[in-house]
Design a protein around this ligand. Structure first.
Ligand SMILES: NC(=O)c1ccc[n+]([C@@H]2O[C@H](COP(=O)([O-])OP(=O)(O)OC[C@H]3O[C@@H](n4cnc5c(N)ncnc54)[C@H](OP(=O)(O)O)[C@@H]3O)[C@@H](O)[C@H]2O)c1
Length: 248
């Protein structure tokens, strides 16, 4: 029970890495708030989590939605010990296909969404609290068609250092978890056909040292480490969970 009596606020908690983390946090004794934008997935995730979680609907591209979500968590629990700013999404766009609207959309969710999630939750985070941001292997290696997502993830990684420095005097730690290729619904939403996805997955698997996709539960365990007191002297870092993809 590493998170006994802790309150955790998890964005993107309705699917993939966020949902697995919500399950693990519950098992470790935390009270969990999950945030998502799709009402159906939110209800489904609530069921999967046994109904004992606060479900909050918000489009994290909108600051007012983030404020509303945080207010619901405050009204229910009065504080937030752990913030997992994890929600993210994108579609593949090679250089010639990128438009200002595409850039705006990506930045709004994958960078500003993270920044404002931290800004709005921070006042509720007590001394000893932990903030974790999901970055990506894409901020270390270049993969065609994902330039804007990769740039937002690199910006999020940078944010972890700066906000880590800003919040350290309050005894709040800020870290990132950087997943490699993890088997989640993420890939089904990036705008590739099934045939293209199979090809991309095979090519990526070849580049992973351990020669397989990771399981979201393997990322959740790293998030638990960063969320719990086990990492009490760790702040500003990015914990890489990628089977060696960015190392070998
Ligand atoms: N899977 C990988 O290989 C991989 C690799 C590197 C990094 N990551 C990062 O890991 C994080 C989690 O991704 P995942 O793989 O678990 O993907 P996922 O299963 O597709 O989950 C994405 C989550 O983000 C939420 N979300 C998306 N747009 C949102 C919006 N506008 N407002 C609120 N919530 C929104 C989704 O909820 P709704 O559907 O309800 O909107 C969902 O809960 C992302 O930041 C992703 O970039 C994943």
């Amino acid at each position: 029970m590493k998170l006994k009596n802790k309150v955790a606020f998890i964005t993107g908690g309705t699917s993939g890495i966020g949902l697995e983390t919500a399950k693990l946090f519950r098992a470790e004794g935390a009270q969990v708030v999950i945030v998502g934008s799709n009402a159906e997935r939110l209800a489904e995730a609530g069921k999967e989590l046994g109904g004992e979680v606060l479900l909050v609907s918000a489009d994290l591209r909108k600051v007012e939605d983030i404020e509303h979500a945080v207010e619901q968590a405050r009204a229910a629990f009065g504080r937030i010990d752990i913030v997992f700013a994890n929600a993210g999404a994108s579609t593949v766009a090679p250089l010639e296909a990128i438009t200002p609207a595409y850039v705006e959309e990506n930045v709004a969710l994958n960078f500003a969404g993270v920044l404002f999630t931290i800004q709005k939750t921070a006042p509720l985070v007590p001394k000893g609290g932990s903030i974790i941001v999901t970055t990506s292997f894409l901020n270390t290696v270049g993969k065609p068609g994902l330039s804007v997502l990769a740039a937002t993830k690199a910006a999020a990684r940078s944010l972890v250092r700066t906000l880590g420095a800003e919040l350290a005097p309050r005894g709040i730690r800020v870290n990132a978890v950087s997943p490699g290729t993890i088997a989640t619904p993420f890939y089904s939403k990036i705008g590739l056909t099934d045939a293209q996805l199979t090809e991309v997955a095979a090519a990526l698997t070849e580049q992973v040292g351990l020669k397989r996709f990771g399981d979201p539960a393997e990322v959740a365990k790293a998030v638990l480490f960063l969320a719990s007191n086990d990492s009490s002297y760790t702040t500003g870092v990015e914990l890489v969970v990628d089977g060696g993809l960015t190392q070998f």
